[in-house]
Each structure stands twice: as structure tokens, then as C-alpha cells.
Design a protein around this ligand. Structure first.
Ligand code: MN
Length: 426
């Protein structure tokens, strides 16, 4: 990875506890009423409008004729490749340096290029051609195994050899703030032999993170595990909504389908792998040696704190889970190497989600399925309300940040309210 020169201080005021510190510079797509969507970077409580900066000549050194930031998504910018990502990041760090008058002194253009986040609407940052969901948390897979196959080994024999996953649905990946409708579907009521068609009764979140591919591989050309991170542009928080009762009835033998494809919610800011480098840490030791194509010469992951809160309608927000990305048994590099080892091609904007990220403690379980142990125990919220699964009117909020030696890199949040099932099916 490139070594960046990061200035100590910016001329933009950034709170010390802001997710969007000078060393973060996550990319997103925003609009303000009456204007076109465009690419920006979050800095403190502001958005730096990259499309406007480009038009003002600030990115001349990129040598581009066309403005890649005057776009409805990050795909065009990502497709330009790592040399452009690197130049852009270093250019932004320089422009934001308190010592550099280049932009700081041009106060007359500040209203044009520096937009308060409060005035902007965040949009889907990426056009997602393909989405895959992994199942890479040993604790989550073990919990689910115990609940659904109480008489067998919790982990199936393949689990420690393969980063298990399935191809998900890209069209229903939604940006934070988009309401989620409780889905209808086939469910098998307890003690029944035939299914009914009804609104999902066991609606759940899954606490996940996802990486976005910025450098694709052509068909037939696998990505090696030791070069996999070169292909990743950045990461988002990923809430993989799940209808547990629909899932239980439909998943045999081909796996998740309508229980998963109605919605997945992501945070609007894509935090780059460049920004996450200070938070590299060892990944859990694998107790079964993986096959050579999954063996990393420098096995690592990232230390990212995760949490989930529920805000009931007319209630008080309460945290129900705290976990960490570093708990995952299979790393992102192993996931991508496995995904492409058969020659499968990836595309710019593809999203690869981790699977539910649970830790060892009950308080770190990343789904209501686990927190309520299949509905058998109630989770109490601060206002005294109890939950086993998600109710209509609940807002689910996931947050993520990394913190080390005073340096904070945050993802912001993904927040979605659950609406009642659509009446038209009734
Ligand atoms: Mn999932």
C-alpha cells in the first residue's frame, strides 16, 4: 500500500471524536435539492464536493478530460484504478492541510465546495452489479448450527475448509435512510404441515460489513489471496435483512432466497482500504490449515468496532449488540480468492458481505436470532420494551469505527425504519 503524507491538522474544523477525521476521507454520493447527484468526501461535519473541485481545476494532475466525480455513483472513479485513487487521496490530504493556502485561502469558493452534511441527502454510493454474502463468523455459524441442527455438530464439515457463501441480490441493496417493508412470504406455522402466505413474523437484521471491488478480474483469471486487497476499493456497514421464518421453510436444499432478497441496507460512506491501514491486526488463527490457494503470506484483518441499536417508535434508542470485524475466521482476501478461484470474474462495484459478525459473548451476537436465541429469551431495551425480533416502527441503527492511538476512522451509520407489511397482499 502507498505511504501517504497525512497532515497533522486541517483548516476545516473537525471534532476529535468525528468519524470523518482528516485521515479518513470516505467517498459518497450526495445531492442537495435542485442539483445533480455527485461524488463527495466527508470531512468532519462537511462534504467536500469533488465534482465542483474538479471543475475548478483542482485535480488537473489526474490528467483526466472527463470529470469522474460528476456522476451518480463511484463506479467511474473506481474504474480509473489505484494510481488515480492514490493521487486523489494524496491531493485531498494536501488540499486540506492547515499549512496549505491553495484552497483554505480561497474563501470565496468555500460555499461552492464545502457543503454541510446536514444540507445534503446521501444516495447509493455504488452501482452494484453483483452481490455475494459470505458466512465467515465461526461464532455465528456455530450459534445457527446449534439452533437449527441441535443433534449434530454445529459446524458442517466444509466450514473450516471453504469460506461458505451464496450469491445474493444486488437490486435491493439500499442506502441508509431507505425504509424497509416487512416482507410477505411462505411460512410454516409451528406444528403445521402446510405453509401459509403471511407477513414475516420473525424479521431480523444481520450485522455485517462489505467490501467493494474497484479493480475487477477478467473471466478465467483468479485473484490470488496475496493480491486480493489490491482489488478492494473500500468498505461499508452492511445490514443484511433476514426473514427467519421464510428462511427456515425455503432454504433446503439450495439456501437463502426470498428470506434475504427483499432488502440489504448499507452505510453511505465508502471507507477506503487505504484509510484502514493503521487498523490492520492479526486475523484469528485457523486451526485447520487451509488449501494452498487460501493460505496467506501475511494473514491480517482490520480492528473495527461494531454496534447495533434499536430505536422503537416513540421509544428510546438502546444498544443490543457490540461486536468487531476482526473476529471473522475467514478474511476478505480469502473470500475474494475463493470466489474467483474457479475463474469467476468480478466487476467494478461488486459488493461482498462478510456474513453476520458475532463474537463469543452473548452481547456480541450480530442478529436477533442469536440474541433472543430463536425467540426463547427477550432482549430488554432501555425504555423497558422487550424484543425477540424486529417490530414495525422499529429503527435499526448500525455503527462502525476504528480507533487507535487517538486516530479515529468511522463509517457513520446505517439506519433503517421498518414499515408494516404491504396491505395489498392481505
Ligand atoms: Mn447475511
Amino acid at each position: 500500500m502507498h505511504q501517504y503524507h497525512t497532515p497533522k491538522k486541517s483548516w476545516i474544523n473537525i471534532d476529535s471524536n468525528s468519524d470523518f477525521s482528516l485521515a479518513n476521507l470516505p467517498y459518497g454520493v450526495f445531492s442537495i435539492p435542485g442539483t445533480n447527484p455527485r461524488v463527495g468526501v466527508a470531512v468532519g461535519q462537511h462534504i467536500l464536493d469533488l465534482a465542483a473541485l474538479f471543475n475548478l481545476g483542482f485535480f488537473a494532475d489526474l490528467g483526466l478530460d472527463k470529470n469522474p466525480f460528476a456522476s451518480h455513483n463511484l463506479n467511474e472513479f473506481m474504474a480509473l484504478g489505484r494510481p488515480v485513487w492514490t493521487k486523489t487521496r494524496q491531493g485531498l490530504l494536501n488540499l486540506l492541510d492547515a499549512q496549505n493556502p491553495e484552497l483554505s485561502q480561497k474563501t470565496e469558493i468555500h460555499p461552492q465546495v464545502l457543503i454541510p452534511q446536514a444540507d445534503a441527502q446521501m444516495l447509493m454510493p455504488v452501482q452494484v452489479p453483483n452481490y455475494t454474502d459470505f458466512y465467515s463468523s465461526q461464532e455465528h455459524a456455530t450459534n445457527v448450527g446449534k439452533m437449527f441442527r441441535p443433534d449434530g455438530e454445529p459446524l458442517l464439515p466444509n466450514w473450516k475448509h471453504i469460506p461458505v457463501g451464496y450469491h445474493g441480490r444486488a437490486s435491493s441493496i439500499l442506502v441508509s435512510g431507505t425504509p424497509i417493508r416487512r416482507p410477505w412470504g411462505q411460512l410454516l406455522p409451528p406444528d403445521a404441515n402446510t405453509p401459509v402466505f403471511a407477513p414475516c413474523r420473525l424479521l431480523d437484521f444481520e450485522l455485517e460489513m462489505a467490501f467493494v471491488v474497484g479493480k475487477p478480474n477478467p473471466l478465467g483469471d483468479p485473484i490470488s489471496v496475496n493480491h486480493a486487497e489490491d482489488h478492494m476499493f473500500g468498505m461499508v456497514i452492511f445490514n443484511d435483512w433476514s426473514a427467519r421464518d421464510i428462511q427456515k421453510w425455503e432454504y433446503v436444499p439450495l439456501g437463502p432466497f426470498l428470506a434475504k432478497n427483499f432488502a440489504s441496507s448499507i452505510s453511505p460512506w465508502v471507507v477506503t482500504l487505504d484509510a484502514l491501514q493503521p487498523f490492520r491486526c492479526p486475523a484469528p488463527q485457523q486451526d485447520l490449515e487451509p488449501l494452498p490457494y487460501l493460505k496467506e503470506s501475511d494473514r491480517h484483518t482490520f480492528d473495527i468496532n461494531l454496534s447495533v441499536s434499536i430505536l422503537p417508535q416513540n421509544g428510546e434508542e438502546g444498544q443490543v449488540c457490540q461486536s468487531n470485524f476482526k473476529y471473522l475466521y475467514w478474511t476478505m482476501a480469502q473470500q475474494l480468492a475463493h470466489h474467483t478461484v474457479n475463474g469467476c470474474n468480478t466487476q467494478v462495484g461488486d459488493m461482498y458481505a462478510s456474513g453476520t459478525i458475532s463474537g463469543k459473548e452473548q452481547s456480541s451476537f450480530g442478529s436477533m436470532l442469536e440474541l433472543s436465541w430463536k425467540g426463547s429469551r427477550k432482549v430488554t431495551l432501555p425504555g423497558g420494551q422487550e424484543r425477540t425480533f424486529i417490530q414495525d416502527g422499529d429503527t435499526v441503527i448500525m455503527r462502525a469505527f476504528a480507533l487507535k492511538d487517538g486516530l479515529r476512522i468511522g463509517f457513520g451509520e446505517v439506519r433503517s425504519i421498518v414499515l408494516p407489511a404491504h396491505p395489498k397482499n392481505a
